[in-house]
Design a protein around this ligand. Structure first.
Ligand code: ADP
Length: 416
């Protein structure tokens, strides 16, 4: 339209070229001015809103503005999705490493940095087999064979076991998931050891009984059953019975969730009864047993459990103290609560055994413990009982001098 007007004016004033030149110049100037505004807007001001313009340039500015706006909201949306993904991956209780086709690290969460020693972002692009240098992992990585989870020692702490799984999650992208299974492994090992120990403990007396029974079935031996044979068989049965009883006590205590504050336990009376039982037990050993008991010191607790703990500790003192030894039992109020102590002047325990005494079936001298009728579970039971009663066992001992086993029930468990 403007070109036609310029042409018209050119004809009117007989200056067509001049008018067309002025028109072209003005159009070029307008275009140049708008291109400069566009450039300034996109590269210098970088704002969302476009400069004001007219005509075709308004359409161009508005179009770019709309595309930019759409891109911005898409970017925001994508940023939100990425943040949610990362937050989610951070809250997974596993180590997560996102890898590209050749195992180059694309991203890792904090747990991976802690568990697998990945440094982020320094290790971005580094191949994972450069960080986890463990033959079985490298082999599986090379063959791309991750059907089964792999158990490997943690790269920065060989005492911890990490279960590794690698899952493909999009085209040529993989996610490595690592979980610390040290505790599960230990529990599994404990379960295996426990079954092996119980079987072993039961097999020995059963073998003895089996031997005697076979001997009795032998026609040549008929009528030769001596009282000594029967006594030995009786001892072996007692041993098995003691072991089974201790196992039952231990499993009952482990499963017990009763509230220790609900029942008052008259410990002085209980210790009085235990004293009488122990005197009978000690009858032919000639120990000098002294009980120093605060008759008013009653506590809250679980009666059966406390009886089991006291009995085990006092029986041990009798067992591991040579005949005519001295055993002192004390139950007294202290500033820390109710204090129980059993002291003997027996064989004592070497320092290297002290920390392991409360493990199930741990004995300093296996043969000696079996001879004296021990099951190897006594101190383990004591430990569990004391855990229930907010206390712990303290063992002080010197070889050939004697031992002192003690614990204190806290003041809030003492009945005022
Ligand atoms: P056990 O049934 O073998 O006595 P325990 O768990 O009661 O099992 O004790 C574990 C080990 O601790 C015993 O085998 C023994 O070697 C040692 N022990 C416990 N009490 C004493 C003590 N008073 N004096 C010396 N050694 C002890």
């Amino acid at each position: 339209m403007l070109a036609l007007i310029a042409l018209g004016l050119g004809y009117l004033f007989d200056q067509v070229i001049l008018f067309l030149f002025i028109f072209s110049f003005l159009v070029l100037a307008w275009f140049t001015a708008n291109i400069i505004r566009l450039h300034n807007w996109l590269w210098i001001r970088k704002t969302l809103y476009p400069p004001q313009s007219k005509g075709i340039w308004r359409g161009i500015f508005d179009g770019i503005y709309r595309i930019q706006k759409k891109n911005r909201s898409r970017r925001k949306e994508l940023g939100g999705i990425l943040k949610r993904f990362r937050d989610g991956a951070e809250s997974i209780p596993d180590a997560v490493v996102v890898m590209q086709s050749h195992g180059q690290i694309a991203w890792s969460n904090k747990l991976a940095q802690h568990m697998l020693g990945v440094r982020w972002p320094e290790d971005a692009g580094v191949r994972i087999d450069n960080l986890i240098r463990y033959p079985r992992f490298t082999q599986a990585f090379e063959k791309n064979d991750f059907d089964e989870p792999l158990l490997i020692p943690a790269p920065n702490n060989p005492n911890r076991v990490i279960e590794i799984r690698v899952v493909p999650y999009s085209y040529h992208e993989y996610m490595l998931l690592g979980r610390d299974v040290t505790q599960l492994q230990q529990l599994d090992q404990m379960r295996k050891d426990f079954i092996a120990n119980v079987s072993h403990e039961l097999r020995t007396p059963l073998t003895v009984l089996q031997g005697y029974l076979e001997m009795m079935q032998d026609p040549d031996m008929q009528g030769f059953t001596s009282p000594k044979t029967l006594t030995t068989m009786g001892h072996q049965c007692d041993r098995m019975m003691n072991l089974v009883n201790q196992l039952l006590t231990l499993s009952r205590i482990e499963a017990n969730n009763d509230n220790v504050y609900e029942v008052k336990v008259n410990v002085p009376q209980m210790l009085g009864m235990i004293e009488k039982e122990m005197e009978q037990l000690n009858f032919d050993r000639g120990h000098q047993l002294t009980f120093d008991i605060d008759a008013d010191l009653v506590v809250y607790g679980l009666e059966d459990e406390l009886r089991s703990a006291f009995t085990n500790l006092i029986k041990n003192a009798i067992r591991y103290t040579p005949d005519k030894g001295e055993i002192h039992v004390c139950w007294q109020r202290t500033s820390g609560g109710a204090h129980f102590l059993v002291q003997d002047n027996g064989e004592g325990i070497a320092p290297q055994h002290l920390t392991r005494l409360t493990e199930r079936f741990y004995r300093v001298d296996k043969a000696r413990s079996r001879d004296t009728g021990g099951s190897g579970l006594g101190l383990s039971i004591v430990k569990h009982v004391l855990n229930h009663h907010k206390s712990q066992l303290i063992v002080e001992s010197q070889q050939e001098q004697g031992s002192c086993f003690s614990f204190t029930l806290p003041t809030d468990m003492v009945v005022k």
